[in-house]
Design a protein around this ligand. Structure first.
Ligand code: SD4
Length: 333
């Protein structure tokens, strides 16, 4: 995304280059212009889905005060985890088929420190438990009872996360007990957040209650570093939402960052990862229509991009100039 003020700056910069070196080749000038067209942008924060708007504002309370991307992403996603009206993340998230709310989350910083929890029950802020795993243990991932035990030892309160609304929906679901995730509705609302701070450091966090009415013990991509989230401070960051099984299959977020390392823009990298997922689905005669995948990505310069398999995926982008909800392009319309 190139902004007008950047065009103006780059135009001025180009003028200076040409005037001072009249014999410079046109090619060199064009190269310099291309470099200058994207003015580095920081801080900047990106989040999946519409609730990303509020989450970005919350993260900005840290980023706007010269805080770290790590603190910002944790704070931003916690807002959504605590909201009982968001039925796919944290407190109020839809339960599994046994009526248990099991949460998945992870976090990664600019030094490749990582922490994650999967199938965690009774704790409202799994992302903070993931951060505690990262900072307080020699491990990178804790699951189920072990994750709960650790959280309680760390002083996180034990709470009932099943709200009456989610319980009622689960009971209704039990009538037919049909596991059929629907694209862009209900099941696809993981919050993934990636940020670049004023110091030029990237971090990311991802948190979800996973697929509604999943089998007990099912873990999606969201807590799996490389699948649901990946950060490489020399390159960029990416996070995923949608059908976790498909994202895990191609190690999606890492793939997006790897493609950026090879020179792809965040947008092109997200698109290529979605194309690979589509290809793998086709090989297995998977149902393209009923599968959704969305990636968002941010590079070291503050450029961002996103791409989805089916239309309907949106994401929020905040920088010093504003906070906007953008519709991602998609392979299928
Ligand atoms: C999962 N990727 O558990 C998550 C679900 C999701 O928005 O993205 N929901 O597979």
């Amino acid at each position: 995304m190139t902004k007008r003020r950047n065009f103006i700056k780059s135009g001025l910069a180009l003028g200076v280059v040409v005037a001072a070196n009249p014999l410079k080749s046109c090619a060199e000038s064009i190269e310099k212009e291309e470099e200058a067209t994207f003015q580095e942008r920081k801080p900047v924060v990106l989040s999946t889905w519409r609730f990303g708007i509020e989450a970005n504002e919350e993260a900005w309370k840290v980023l706007g005060e010269s805080g770290s991307a790590l603190d910002a992403v944790e704070r931003g996603v916690k807002l959504v985890e605590a909201d009982p009206n968001e039925r796919s993340v944290g407190y109020g998230g839809r339960p599994d088929r046994d009526g248990r709310v099991t949460l998945d989350a992870c976090i990664m910083d600019h030094n490749a420190n990582i922490g994650s929890v999967a199938s965690l029950e009774h704790i409202k802020h799994p992302v903070s438990v993931a951060r505690a795993v990262m900072e307080q243990t020699p491990h990178v991932m804790l699951v189920g009872d072990g994750a709960l035990q650790f959280a309680l030892e760390q002083g996180f309160p034990k709470e009932n996360l099943l709200t009456p609304e989610s319980e009622a929906e689960w009971k209704e679901w039990l009538v037919n007990s049909e596991y059929k995730p629907i694209v862009n509705i209900e099941n696809h609302d993981t919050i993934g957040m990636i940020a670049l701070d004023e110091h030029g450091n990237l971090s990311g966090a991802c948190t979800t209650s996973g697929m509604a009415f999943k089998m007990h013990g099912r873990v999606g991509d969201s807590p799996i570093i490389g699948a649901g989230l990946y950060v490489d401070n020399e390159v960029g960051a990416a996070t995923a939402t949608g059908h976790g099984e498909e994202v895990i299959r191609v190690v999606g977020a890492h793939l997006v960052v790897h493609l950026m390392r090879q020179g792809k823009s965040p947008q092109a990298a997200c698109k290529e990862a979605v194309e690979l997922i589509k290809h793998k689905l086709e090989l297995r005669n998977g149902n393209l229509e009923e599968t959704q995948i969305g990636f968002i990505a941010l590079n070291k310069k503050g450029e961002h991009g996103a791409y989805a398999l089916n239309k309907g995926f949106n994401y929020a982008v905040k920088d010093a100039e504003g906070n906007t909800l953008e519709d991602a392009e998609s392979l299928r319309h």
